[in-house]
Every structure is written in C-alpha cells, then in structure tokens.
Design a protein around this ligand. Structure first.
Ligand code: AMP
Ligand code: MG
Length: 366
C-alpha cells in the first residue's frame, strides 16, 4: 500500500499509568510528577491534533486505536484512508466519561445505562441509536453508533483533552492483525498519522465485545473479553449471540446468506501474511498432527510457525495472539499451524473468532 507522506511523531507515554499518576498526585513524588508532566504535554499535543482534524494512534486496554474527531467527517475519512479500510466498516466512538454517551447516542434503554455503569471503563462497545450530530461516515452509513469508554488512563485523558469523542478502529492496516504493542502500531501507521502514542502492551489484547442494544434483547455482534453470559448476569435477562458467530465453525460469514449485523465481521480479518491452519481436536491428537504437518512442510523447505496456547489459560491466549501472528510473520513463516481453543469457554470463543478469520476459516479436525 502506498505510504502517505505524513511526518509522524512517536511519543512514549508508557509512564502515564494509574500507579505513577497516584504517586504524583497523592505522594507528590518528584520523579513521578516529572513523568506525568512530560506525558501530559505529549497528550496535549495529541489532543490538539485531534481537535484540528488530524489522526492520532493511542493505546487502550484492548488494542491500539487509530483516532480522529468523531464529529468531523473529513477527519474520520482520513482513518479509512490510513487503514485502507472499506467504507462500510464502522468505527467505534470512544468517550471519556459514561454520561458522554448522550453526545452520540439517543433513546438509550435502562439496560444500556446499566451495562455502562457496570462495565465502563472497560472492553465493552454498545451499539445504540445515533444522534444526528454523528456524521454518517463515522458509522459507515448506519443509523446506529458503537460507543465505548476505554479502561486506559492515557486514552481517557486524550479524549478528555480533545474535547470531542474520538472515532477509532484498531490501528492496523485493514485486514491485518490488530496492534497490541507500540511497535506494531508504528510498523503499520508510521507515515500515515501525525502522532503515535506508545504505551505499555495492551492489557487484554483482543478487541472489545460489541453488543447491539437496539433490539429488545441485547445481541453480541463481536465476542470479546466480556462474554454474553457476563452481560446477561448483570442485566438479569437473556443476551443473545449473533447467529453468524455461532455458525462460523463451518464457513466464513461472507459465504452465508445472512448479512452480517456487525459489518466489520464479514471481511478476511486479523490475517497474517503466512498461510494459516487451525488444528482442532483432543490435545494429544492436535500436538501429533501439528508435529506431522510441521515436519512434512519443513521437508519441502517451508518455514513453519506454531501457535499452541496453554489449555484453559485463555487470558494469556487473548493477550498474546496478535503479537504471535506478527512475530511469526516477521520470522518469515510460510505456514502457521495453530491449536484450536475451547469454544465453550467465553474467552476461548472470543479468541477462536479471531483465529478463524486469521486462518481464512481453514480448520483441520483430528
Ligand atoms: P475495530 O475497532 O477495528 O474492530 O472496528 C470497529 C468494529 O466495531 C466494526 O468492525 C464493527 O464490527 C463494530 N461496530 C462499530 N459500530 C457498529 C455499529 N453501529 N453496528 C454494528 N457494529 C459496529
Ligand atoms: Mg479492527
């Protein structure tokens, strides 16, 4: 893809953490005060870029985001250009405090407000009816808008200083794995945005759970760290999972008749450059099959990478999955063999949703 000729400033704001903020504000620790002043200055510069219609990459707890003023259609247009993102894939609008949902959403239900009070800040995007002030490009023409309050002090401060909600998809080139480390965001966005804010590695590592709150019972459109069961428990009512997510063991969404409700879900997505296969079955069988395929392919001179997460340790799997894809691509892998995760587990289901797309729905069952 052609690189835009933007001179990108890369700012390290990894000191801007709850812990250092507390040390500065409560303990008046001089070193912490300096760190926070320095990071605040960088965040201010980034906020100015947003306010003036430019692009900023910023860390969140899920993955790195590529942000612009959500109310400025020209600025949001730059997001699509920088990512090479299809125009029918909406952005998520990020806010700095729960009540700012009223800036972009209308006709909010009691369930929406309840989930906001329980899970925000956090990895939950709620799709609600949009206010007319939200330009159509921000929602890719939809009459609904996805809204989220990220659980990351630098992200919240950036949004707050900008004075506007920030529209942001993940900060990767369209189709590739989402960035969970500063260097991933730099690899994809250097030369395309005004500022890249580099924080610590993303704490969660997969994108937010997206739930449609406009139907009578909420529907999960994209699984994430928070499961449908987590949401249902708080609401005391049923939360459905969109059928395209449940059926996708067999075929890609693009092949089914039902139009995807969450537009981003239909594309080949999160994909490494290497060809990728998922091996699914009992653990010893999976290990044997991976070993067999590995030696077979290596004999033919192909470089093979393996992704095999600890069984049941899906927090680590979520945290490391995208980084692992990028690492194997960087190592020049021709083929990636990945062990399937248990889809019966909430987080296993969420990581498998990404893994299936990364692998173009190539599954070998053993
Ligand atoms: P990204 O942050 O790159 O994962 O992209 C945002 C994703 O949020 C989109 O691909 C959609 O899946 C979802 N999304 C955002 N807004 C809406 C909406 N109004 N309706 C349904 N899904 C949405
Ligand atoms: Mg994305």
């Amino acid at each position: 893809m052609r690189r835009a000729n933007v001179k990108t400033k890369i700012f390290d704001i990894s000191n801007y953490t709850e812990e250092v903020i507390r040390k500065a504000d409560v303990d008046f620790d001089p070193e912490a005060v300096d760190m926070i002043e320095d990071a605040t200055d960088k965040l201010k510069q980034a906020a100015n870029v947003i306010a003036k219609g430019g692009l900023v990459v910023f860390p969140t707890e899920t993955v790195y985001g590529l942000g612009a003023n959500a109310f400025d259609p020209a600025a949001v247009g730059k997001i699509y250009k920088a990512k090479g993102r299809p125009a029918d894939n909406p952005t998520i609008v990020h806010i700095a405090r729960p009540s700012d949902i009223y800036l972009t959403g209308r006709d909010l239900t009691a369930s929406t407000l309840k989930l906001a009070s329980v899970f925000w800040p956090g990895p939950l995007t709620m799709v609600v009816h949009k206010r007319p002030e939200v330009p159509s490009i921000t929602t890719a023409g939809l009459e609904t808008v996805g809204v989220r309050l990220p659980d990351h002090p630098a992200a919240i401060e950036l949004i707050s200083m900008s004075g506007v909600p920030i529209a942001a998809p993940s900060a990767n080139l369209s189709g590739g794995p989402s960035p969970t480390k500063g260097r991933h965001a730099i690899a994809d966005m250097d030369g395309r945005v005004e500022i890249i804010l580099v924080g610590a590695d993303s704490r969660i590592g997969i994108e937010s759970t997206v739930v449609d709150m406009t139907a009578s019972s909420p529907v999960v459109l994209r699984p994430g760290f928070l499961s449908a069961a987590d949401l249902a428990e708080e609401l005391g009512k049923d939360v459905k999972t969109h059928s395209s997510l449940v059926d996708e063991n067999e075929a890609s969404n693009a092949d089914t008749d039902e139009p995807p409700k969450s537009p981003g879900m239909k594309y080949r997505h999160y994909a490494p450059e290497a060809e990728m296969y998922i091996i699914e079955g009992k653990r010893p069988d999976v290990e044997n099959e991976i070993a067999r395929l590995r030696s077979l392919n290596e004999k033919e001179g192909r470089k093979v990478g393996v992704i095999l997460f600890d069984e049941k340790d899906y927090v680590d799997a979520a945290h490391d999955f995208y980084a692992k894809l990028r690492e194997l691509d960087d190592a020049g892998s021709d083929l990636i063999l990945a062990g399937a995760l248990d889809r019966g587990d909430g987080l296993g289901f969420a990581v498998m949703n990404r893994m299936m797309r990364s692998a173009g729905h190539h599954v070998i069952r053993v």
